[in-house]
Design a protein around this ligand. Structure first.
Ligand SMILES: Nc1ncnc2c1ncn2[C@@H]1O[C@H](COP(=O)(O)OP(=O)(O)O)[C@@H](O)[C@H]1O
Ligand SMILES: [Mg+2]
Length: 335
């Protein structure tokens, strides 16, 4: 949608003239930053699936924006805001993995909010080691989880529940956060069943995947929470990894954060890589030195992440480049 259409859409849904929405957000930013500086705010479409556009706030005369506001539904904005506030209130700045939050502004009486945070840069190329470090840093935050309101160790403990209304959120909610439960493997089989028609001509390969899922159900016996569960981003991919003014990588887009199998984040990131599985393994998995059990969890989650949006047009590529070599690698892992 061109910017003018997005602006009109926003006006229709907030019941506010575009300039008034901007004014409301700028006032809240000034209040929370205790500043009287004036902003030059511009509407931009920076991509992404869930946002309704972004606002870049420049200090008058500056080329670089200082803050960015993501326009999105209040429910998603509040979920992100909750995480970002929690990070700021419980951790020291060196530990922050996500953008520095400024404020969340409700636009009129609509269900649209503006989530304002520090402006981050899109790296020209992502440094893989930096991405692995970020994944590890995110895992270290698990120790702070009990300070989240309503947090109960070993439960899905996030204050604003994740709504399971898309392929990715259903997978996170019913599989990734439930791997300790035998039902998760049943849900994973149903996940495959729903995609069965796409595998015409690849029936043997389809059966191999279903068999792998069944064989993995033993993971739910004696499941070791401490080893496998932790705080996860949910939508951990390069589009959602930006860098701050000190060059430090940070995540954005925290709508799907959860408590569950942490390897989901790495599996999801790897599933987005275009190259052959062997190369992905060398870059991202070898450095993690996973145990054979962890490796099986990784492959299970990688296969599900890869097949989230499988279609007849991409099934061959997904199978030959990612899924089949990943499945074959389980038997020989660690030899
Ligand atoms: N704090 C930020 N600073 C700069 N750009 C941002 C910031 N947050 C988001 N963006 C840009 O906007 C895009 C969409 O934001 P994102 O939070 O990922 O929304 P969506 O939920 O729609 O994917 C990102 O891919 C990024 O390019
Ligand atoms: Mg995004």
């Amino acid at each position: 949608m061109p910017n003018t259409c997005k602006k009109q859409w926003l006006e229709k849904h907030t019941g506010l003239v575009y300039r008034d929405s901007v004014k409301l957000i700028e006032q809240k930013v000034k209040g929370s930053q205790k500043t009287t500086c004036e902003f030059d705010t511009r509407f931009v479409d920076m991509g992404g699936a869930n946002n309704l556009g972004m606002l870049c706030h420049h200090l008058i005369g500056d080329v670089e924006p200082l803050f960015a506001t993501k326009l999105e539904s209040c429910r998603l904005a509040e979920r992100e805001y909750f995480f970002l506030k929690w990070q700021q209130e419980t951790q020291i700045e060196e530990e922050w993995v996500a953008a520095d939050i400024v404020c969340c502004t409700h636009l009129g009486s609509s269900d649209i909010c503006g989530l304002t945070m520090e402006y981050l840069h899109t790296p020209k190329v992502h440094d893989d080691q930096g991405v692995i470090d970020l994944y590890r840093r995110m895992g270290k935050l698990t120790k702070y989880l009990s300070s989240m309101p309503n947090a109960i160790q070993h439960e899905n403990l996030i204050e604003i529940p994740l709504e399971a209304n898309t392929k990715i959120t259903r997978t996170i909610k019913y599989i990734v956060t439930q791997l300790h439960h035998p039902d998760a493997y049943q849900v994973a089989k149903e996940f495959m069943e729903k995609r069965k028609s796409v595998f015409s001509g690849w029936e043997r390969e389809y059966q191999k995947i279903v068999q792998f899922i069944s064989d993995s159900a033993f993971l739910s016996e004696d499941f070791n929470f401490d080893q496998h569960y932790g705080l996860l981003h949910g939508d951990f991919k390069k589009d959602n990894i930006l860098s701050d003014c000190k060059g430090r990588l940070k995540v954005i887009d925290l709508q799907y954060y959860s408590y569950g199998a942490r390897l989901w984040d790495m599996a999801f990131l790897c599933s987005k890589e275009k190259e052959w599985f062997g190369g992905i393994h060398n870059k991202f998995i070898r450095p993690l030195a996973l145990s054979p059990t962890e490796y099986r969890i990784f492959v299970l989650l990688f296969v599900l992440a890869d097949l989230l949006h499988v279609r007849k047009s991409n099934v061959k590529r997904k199978l030959t480049m990612h899924v089949l070599p990943a499945l074959s690698s389980v038997a020989t892992y660690g030899e």
